[in-house]
Design a protein around this ligand. Sequence first.
Ligand SMILES: Cc1ncc(COP(=O)(O)O)c(C=O)c1O
Length: 412
Amino acid sequence: MPATITAPGDRALSGFLASRARGISASPTLAVDNLAKELSQKGVDVVGFGAGEPDFDTPAFIKEAAARALEQGMTKYTAVGGLPELRQAIAAKLLRENGLEYSPGEIVVTVGAKHALYEIFQVLCEPGDEVVLPSPYWVSYLEQVRLAGATPVIVPASPANGLKITPDELRRALTSRTKVVLLNSPNNPTGAVYGRDELAALAEVVLTSNAWIVSDEIYESFVYTEEPHVSIASIAPEVKSRTLLVNGFSKRYAMTGWRLGYVAGAKPVVEAITNLQSHSTSNPTTFAQWGAIAALNGPQEPVQQMVEEFRRRRDFLVERLRLLPGVECARPEGAFYVFPRISGIFGRSVDGFAITSSTSFCQAVLQKVQVAMVPGIAFGADEYVRLSYATSFERIQEGMRRLEAFWQRLTG
Ligand SMILES: Cc1ncc(COP(=O)(O)O)c(C=O)c1O
């Protein structure tokens, strides 16, 4: 007799899910953003410091290139790893800007940098493998490493070193099971940027092991220091051969919704990713890829204009946050986030609501003054909170006025 298939009915739906799926928690950064959007839809005027995407529109010439591609019938599958023209344009960019030589066969185009990272962990990691994650870390790394069956090894970076890990801290975290060391510079959430000497010192430590370096460089264009962004792959050829460089179009060209990223690195890994992709997403959207080609080959002034505006917002935010009692705020050198330490007000209250953690702080701020931000606990750092300044200068001013009013109401 054939087995009967029972519909979920009254039974707990979660009982039907694989343990793999049950273990995933939703991205807390999106959760705050969703709540803020929900309130906004109800007509509440929320100042959103939660979003991880530029508030600028994609430059017109990029949109026009994608629209042209659509009109010209570029609506079919492409090569799984991306159009040869796009891989060529990425290779040219990596050479021009990062001094790195890759052949198009060492590059795979993915459905966003997030997808690139997911695929890397899937093709490299097995149960028992360890992945070193400096903390504070971007939330998705943790879940992606776990989904691949590997074990995250969290290395807390100290405020004394600008929330960047030191070579000694890295050395202590390495074991014979370390498969990957993840580096993210400029960093989400801290905005910290690793300079060439710091990267060289970390690379030297990695080379004493068999680990891969996964270098997430998605915020590369958002660096506010004299020294431009350095890719760890450019430190030395032996470092390059161990590095999987991840980058994309979302942040640099304000193309978050286009879903395009890439991996550059050793051919066998890139081929494995391409094979995985061939059974999951297939190629990234065809006409979006044509937009990306235009983005890389076209004028870069819109990126520079965006970066200058972000610098102005960062300076304003840092200056004002530092005036709030109990707040310590470093001036981030990159990305578009500030990451103040707010644990100085833990133990205090607003209207009888006790602030004891980054989550209760964010809840209180959203409820009392309608400002949305992301609790540091989402990044493994409960003493902090993340504010994105990818919102207009006027909204940032309004948000700061509200935060100042919130601080006025603190008691205890
Ligand atoms: C550190 C970091 N890496 C990767 C990504 C993913 O970017 P994409 O939109 O290309 O998937 C993000 C997006 O927020 C990010 O902050």
